[in-house]
Design a protein around this ligand. Structure first.
Ligand code: ZN
Length: 211
């Protein structure tokens, strides 16, 4: 959360900017490691196509893990409004790109998030932002699901939270562990969503998006 702060304007976005200014010190360190990895797999780091690869990969890795620099609680609190609305709010089809912490390979898919407000609502764009803040780290899909749920529950204290994530894991697909197109679904609920009827309503409302 510190490295780019001095370059950012003092505004409501503090704490969750997209990282588009790279930390050169970190890039240089990572670059050295990736050059070594390329050598270790038998590549020639001097051939033309690979000359800039260590630096590119270092930058890619820094971007793919920039969620560590974001504060999801701050994101929600930055647009938390008092409101009497007590019906289900659903944000569905949120794109997810994350990295499996066991193989450092991507998993990607969609998240569907719902909550039932209890005196407070949050700006709708903040839901995809916190999903991204947790996804842009090394993850397992199960923990990603519960972290999103718990963050919303603890910050907004709604009557209930529901999170469903459907994702494809390249560590399964590329390594041939399971069927090539299998989708893993995880879900996590609190409060009113523990109730069968409410949960069924939520599932019904997001169902159109299941593949
Ligand atoms: Zn994996």
């Amino acid at each position: 959360m510190t490295k780019n702060k001095k370059n950012q304007p003092e505004n409501e976005n503090i704490g969750y900017q997209k990282v588009d200014i790279y930390n050169q010190e970190k890039i240089d360190q990572l670059k050295g490691h990736y050059a070594k990895i390329l050598n270790d797999i038998g590549e020639d780091t001097n051939r033309e196509g690979l000359l800039k690869t260590p630096e590119r990969v270092a930058k890619a890795m820094q971007f793919l893990t920039h969620g560590y620099d974001l504060d999801p609680v701050a994101i929600l609190n930055s647009a938390k409004f008092r409101e009497d609305y007590k019906q289900m709010v659903i944000v569905k089809d949120i794109e997810i790109y994350s990295m499996c912490e066991h193989h450092l390979l991507p998993f990607f898919g969609k998240a569907h998030v719902a909550y039932i407000p209890n005196n407070y609502i949050v700006g709708l764009s903040k839901i995809p932002r916190i999903v991204d803040a947790f996804a842009r780290r090394l993850q397992v899909q199960e923990r990603l699901t519960t972290e999103i749920r718990d963050c919303i529950q603890n910050t907004l204290k709604p009557l209930g939270v529901a999170v469903v994530i459907e994702a494809q894991h390249l560590c399964m697909q590329m390594r041939g562990i399971q069927k090539q197109n299998s989708v893993t679904t995880t879900s996590a609920f609190t409060g009113e969503f523990e109730n069968d009827k409410t949960r069924a309503e939520f599932i019904n409302l997001i169902r159109g998006t299941f593949h």
